[in-house]
Design a protein around this ligand. Structure first.
Ligand code: GLU
Length: 406
């Protein structure tokens, strides 16, 4: 990744680590697991699904990162997302490395039983590489507590009870209160702080994606009194210039499974074209790209990356030229992995905390990371993304340096 090389220069790795391999050491994955899972379908046929788990870095602790279920999953995407996890855990100061998994599948095209068989096959193939001190999966796009329970149960068949092998589990299996809301709440917190710092009063906000992250980001911002004028899911977009009632919208989405037809707003073609000051992409990678960046109306001031890598590098350059500030994914959506860390701690201790305690601790960590990134960016006169990468890379590099020659 170009930005890792750039930040290596800013951090003067050539001087500090004269063997010249630090950027490579940070950016190259430790282990790549790739295989095909063969699934017997309910109708008697078979399905073949490409599966991945990338263990990117364990310099700061066990590999940590979600498992994505989506037809666009590819090796390169999983590798890039695993690198983002290594940087994210370093930035927000949780004692983990980075990893990511994925299955190239449209989960909606499978029955629940088929999906369970597939997730179990996947887990079974990688079980020797997983463990609470080894590699700890979590939810990601299209996976949640149900899938994490299957991963836990499959792993458990072959190991001593080890609840910390996977996070984002149902509460009954040792999940943490607050984990479901964590990513979205963290996104809301970063949005609130950035709006305050940039003196944006009552900004119009749009949120792309109404899955776990988008829903809880919207709810928290709504509760904070922000005006959310547009929200979209994969099937449509609803707009209300006065502000959408997010509680009603959530109830509608939960009942109907879609946003379109919501009586408290009007339909719109593309969320990206709705004029706002703050846009929060919470869907898939590169949803802001070369093809649509020029259709974003002027007036946009802030983009908060709820999703991982939602802005392509071309689009980012265009937005920066326009003076838009981007809050990078490794900061903005780190609430999820922070609470995953608390889940793992609670599992190890066997002592469980209240929701307020969990979210309070998460808020402290998010605030600390936000302040570090903002002050480093202003000290070095660099963008927030560069600042976040530099802080994360510096931490990993120092840890590698202390470990010395191997
Ligand atoms: N998939 C989430 C992320 O990208 C959560 C990872 C975790 O909790 O380990 O940050």
């Amino acid at each position: 990744m170009e930005i890792i090389r750039q930040c290596g220069k800013l951090l003067e790795f050539e001087k500090r680590f004269p063997n010249g391999k630090m950027v490579e050491r940070i950016s190259i994955s430790d282990k790549i697991i790739r295989f095909k899972a063969i699934l017997s379908r309910d109708n008697g046929g078979i399905g073949v699904f490409q599966c991945y788990r990338v263990q990117q870095s364990d310099v700061l602790g066990p590999y940590k990162g979600g498992t994505r279920l989506h037809p666009s999953v590819s090796m390169n995407e999983v590798k890039a997302l695993a690198t983002l996890m290594s940087l994210k855990t370093a930035l927000v100061n949780v004692p983990f490395g980075g990893g990511k998994g994925g299955i190239c599948v449209d989960p909606k095209a499978l029955s629940e039983k088929e999906l369970e068989r597939l997730v179990r096959k996947y887990t079974n193939r990688i079980k020797d590489d997983l463990g609470p001190d080894e590699d700890i999966p979590a939810p990601d796009v299209n996976s949640g507590p149900r899938e994490m329970a299957w991963i836990y149960d499959e792993y458990r068949k072959y190991s001593e009870s080890a609840r910390g092998v996977v996070t984002g589990k149902p509460l009954e299996l040792g999940g943490s209160l607050g984990r479901i809301q964590a990513t979205g709440f963290g996104v809301a917190l970063v949005t609130e702080r950035l709006c305050y710092d940039k003196k944006l009063v009552n900004p119009a906000i749009s949120i792309e994606g109404f899955g776990n992250v988008g829903q809880y980001a919207a709810l928290k911002l709504f509760e904070m009194g922000f005006k959310i004028v547009a929200v979209s899911d994969s099937r449509g977009c609803v707009v209300n210039q006065v502000g959408l009632n997010i509680s009603d919208l959530l109830a509608f989405k939960r009942e109907k499974g879609r946003l379109s037809g919501f009586p408290g707003g009007k339909p719109a073609e593309r969320i990206i074209e709705v004029p706002v000051e703050v846009h929060i992409p919470c869907a898939l990678g590169h949803s802001i790209n070369r093809d649509n960046v020029d259709s974003i109306p002027s007036g946009l001031k802030i983009v908060v990356e709820g999703a991982n890598a939602p802005v392509s590098s071309h689009a980012e350059n265009v937005l920066i030229d326009r003076g838009v500030i981007l809050a990078p994914d490794i900061l903005a959506n780190a609430g999820g992995v922070i609470v995953s860390y608390y889940e793992w701690v609670q599992n190890r201790e066997g002592l469980y905390w209240s929701e307020d305690e969990v979210l309070g601790k998460m808020t402290e960590k998010m605030n600390a990371a936000y302040e570090n990134v903002v002050s480093y960016a202003s000290e070095k006169k660099i963008a927030l993304r560069q600042a976040a990468y530099c802080l994360a890379m510096d931490k990993i590099a120092r840890a590698i340096g202390f470990r010395g020659a191997q």
